[in-house]
Design a protein around this ligand. Structure first.
Ligand SMILES: [Ca+2]
Ligand SMILES: [Ca+2]
Ligand SMILES: [Ca+2]
Ligand SMILES: [Ca+2]
Length: 226
């Protein structure tokens, strides 16, 4: 079944181009992962003679199905992150009489989850005093994702989750959640994971090392005489 929008040419004697878009709302929306040669729309020209149609955009092809009926297909690999929509001009002409009509088609590229979140840095190293209070903000592990919507929405987590630091799942802000003692452990290492919310989900990680700076928190120890 072909549904679609009807683009009407102005003068009645001219060819009338109608566009079947394969969608109920008439909008042309194709996935960025579409193979080269994917059908985008069908053009049907109402006119009493044969017309010749052409398009002005090399990223698409126009092929004849029947007289005065054409199929528009993709001619290139699409990437929504580079080009999110195209305008394709279509002209149909009665070459004998010189009568022609033209329409502009807007072709929108739908996002796929084809990009992983990326951290601004692969690793983070911070030094904090060993007596740092619980809940102290350390840094923000921020990642970006070029996709849109859920495909680009990032949630953060720390792995392993029990080493004395917590992360705000929405903002990537890392805070302390425990007391530290440099005399027991001098540094803490963990990974920060950025998960997008697309399907399938994509993720990336950055490594974090927090070095504990000594604070003079131990009284001098004098051996007792025997
Ligand atoms: Ca892409
Ligand atoms: Ca994408
Ligand atoms: Ca993504
Ligand atoms: Ca100490």
């Amino acid at each position: 079944m072909l549904l679609g929008t009807f683009f009407n040419a102005s003068a009645s004697e001219k060819p009338v181009i109608s566009v079947n878009t394969f969608s109920s709302d008439g909008k042309i929306l194709i996935s960025e992962s579409s193979e080269v040669g994917t059908a985008v729309a069908v053009l049907a020209v109402s006119y009493h003679r044969k017309v010749v149609c052409s398009i002005d955009n090399d990223n698409f092809t126009l092929s004849t199905i029947f007289d005065n009926e054409y199929l528009i297909k993709t001619h290139v690999t699409l990437d929504r992150e580079l080009v999110s929509s195209y305008v394709v001009g279509v002209s149909c002409e009665d070459q004998l009489l010189g009568l022609f009509s033209s329409v502009n088609l807007s072709i929108y590229i739908a996002d796929e989850n084809d990009n992983s979140p990326e951290f601004h840095q692969e690793s983070f190293i911070y030094k904090v005093p060993e007596d740092i209070p619980i809940g102290t903000y350390i840094f923000t592990a921020e990642a970006n994702d070029q996709d849109i919507g859920k495909n680009g929405e990032i949630m953060y987590e720390i792995i392993p989750s029990y080493l004395g630091f917590i992360i705000d799942a929405n903002t990537g802000e890392v805070m302390t959640s425990h007391y530290f003692d440099r005399e027991s452990i001098e540094a803490v290492s963990f990974d920060v994971i950025a998960n997008d919310q697309g399907s399938p989900q994509r993720k990336s990680k950055a490594s974090v090392t927090i070095e504990l700076i000594d604070v003079n928190d131990n009284k001098p120890f004098f051996p007792l005489p025997v």
